[in-house]
Design a protein around this ligand. Structure first.
Ligand code: AMP
Length: 441
């Protein structure tokens, strides 16, 4: 197979209908993960794609699936199943499929917990081509006999590392064992630690490894600053920061549900009297809200109806909105991974973003840990240095091991020097699709 990376969607030789959907969405060029995954996936190979959320990874598997779908009249049972860790991500992936399928009637069903079971049962009975779901609810449907996997030719494990972190391994394995053996499997993951590799070794067939992980953990386009803030002045500094920045769209992260609700109320009152902020619309999202409430907040954020969102980590992880310009860590997270996830909500698809972290006295070590994790030093914001020297600042300076150049690479056994790994010698997935009706359009 040609290994030159395609630079345009036309180079990917996609059907006219998909190209029109992409043009309607305003996607002009494939993102690195799309340019690297799509050609292999269209050829029927199993792929391990290493990329984080916000890089366009959803379309990297959605496009090849849509290109190869059989019409529903020929195949009423699901042909592709996408497993994702959270309900929020299920909604986003479903939404992206719907947008990419524009112009070609396609049945795509979201099968996530917290959503109406009856509606899902009816839709499955009627027939669907693609299922996007969380492992728990998928298992539920398999057990009821409402979801049959006999016709699945493509399985996607999206954010595989997070699914394993949450403890979905047994469910994922049960689902994979139910799918035909000669299917195609695409695994997307931000990290490829031992657990993900074990899963890949067990269930993927001679996968191509596409590495689009950033060398650093957070993307280069995000400016990251910290502010030393004492608890008494935290709120006042927050209002000053918002007044100075007048962010087009910002997410403010708190640690607890209670703290989130409290800050939301406090801020709601305070901004009324601040010129520039008084017109901003504010909302909150946390674990005490039901799915319908959360979905409505996500929708408003996506539509730009909300400028300030006060959120907790749990739900914050699933937010995929390309317009978020600012992240404010009002409470520093205890876990470095949460920092990475929070900050990753901005600077999506290469856009600029800025993140501010409020650091309290005694949190210097935590800040240092974060800096080591992202391999980069946060710079002080001049607004709040109220603790002065020796306050919360790091104790030991951070050693930056390598600079984050953001380059991606393809660690592809078939493209390497090893002649034994020639693509011609690779046994193609036996269930490799032929060009579908859709692709001819
Ligand atoms: P994802 O990593 O799949 O969550 O995608 C992040 C965001 O980028 C989503 O809002 C997509 O709609 C958007 N997106 C995906 N591919 C492209 C592209 N090729 N050009 C512009 N935006 C894109």
């Amino acid at each position: 197979m040609e290994t030159k990376t395609p630079e345009t969607f036309a180079d990917l030789k996609l059907s006219g209908i998909t190209q029109r959907a992409l043009a309607k969405l305003g996607y002009e060029t494939p993102s690195p993960i799309q340019a690297k995954v799509i050609p292999w996936a269209l050829e029927g190979y199993d792929v391990i794609g290493q990329a984080r959320t916000g890089t366009g990874k959803t379309a990297s598997f959605a496009i090849p699936i849509l290109e190869q779908l059989d019409p529903i009249r020929l195949s009423p049972l699901p042909q592709a199943i996408v497993l994702v860790p959270t309900r929020e991500l299920a909604a986003q992936v479903h939404g992206e499929f719907v947008k990419l399928a524009f112009g070609c009637p396609t049945e795509i069903l979201e099968v996530a917990g917290g959503k109406h079971m009856t509606r899902q049962l009816k839709a499955l009975e009627k027939g669907t081509q693609i299922v996007v779901g969380t492992p728990g609810r998928v298992i539920d449907h398999i057990q009821r006999g409402s979801l049959k996997l006999n016709n699945i030719w493509c399985v996607v494990l999206d954010e595989a590392d997070r699914m394993l972190d949450i403890g979905f391994r047994p469910d994922i394995e049960r689902i994979l064992r139910r799918c035909p053996e000669n299917r195609q499997t695409l695994l997307l993951s931000a990290t490829l630690d031992g657990d993900v590799q074990k899963l890949a070794q067990r269930y993927l067939f001679e996968p191509v490894h596409v590495d689009c992980s950033q060398k650093g953990v957070t993307v280069d386009t995000i400016e990251q600053r910290y502010l030393n803030v004492s608890p008494e002045r935290k709120f006042e500094i927050l209002v000053q920061l918002l007044t100075r920045e007048l962010p087009p769209q910002t997410i403010i992260f708190c640690r607890t549900k209670l703290g989130t609700a409290k800050l939301h109320n406090q801020l709601q009152r305070a901004i009324q009297s601040v010129p520039g902020l008084s017109k901003m619309r504010l909302d909150t999202i946390h674990g005490n809200m039901n799915q319908t409430q959360r979905d409505s907040v996500f929708k408003s954020l996506r539509n730009g109806d909300i400028q300030i969102l006060v959120a907790t980590d749990v739900v914050g992880r699933g937010i995929d909105v390309t317009t978020v310009s600012h992240i404010i860590n009002y409470d520093l997270p205890d876990d470095c991974d949460d920092y990475v996830h929070r900050v990753g909500r901005t600077g999506r698809m290469g856009r600029d973003g800025i993140a501010f972290s409020f650091v309290a006295r005694g949190q210097g070590d935590l800040l240092t840990e974060i800096e080591q994790r992202i391999n980069r030093q946060l710079v002080p914001d001049p607004l709040a240095q109220d603790l002065g020297p020796g306050g919360a600042r790091r104790i030991a300076p951070v050693t930056v091991i390598a600079s984050s150049n953001g380059e991606s690479s393809v660690d592809d056994p078939v493209a390497g020097d090893d002649e034994n790994a020639s693509p011609k010698k690779r046994r193609l997935n036996p269930m490799r699709r032929t060009i579908s009706d859709r692709s001819k359009r």
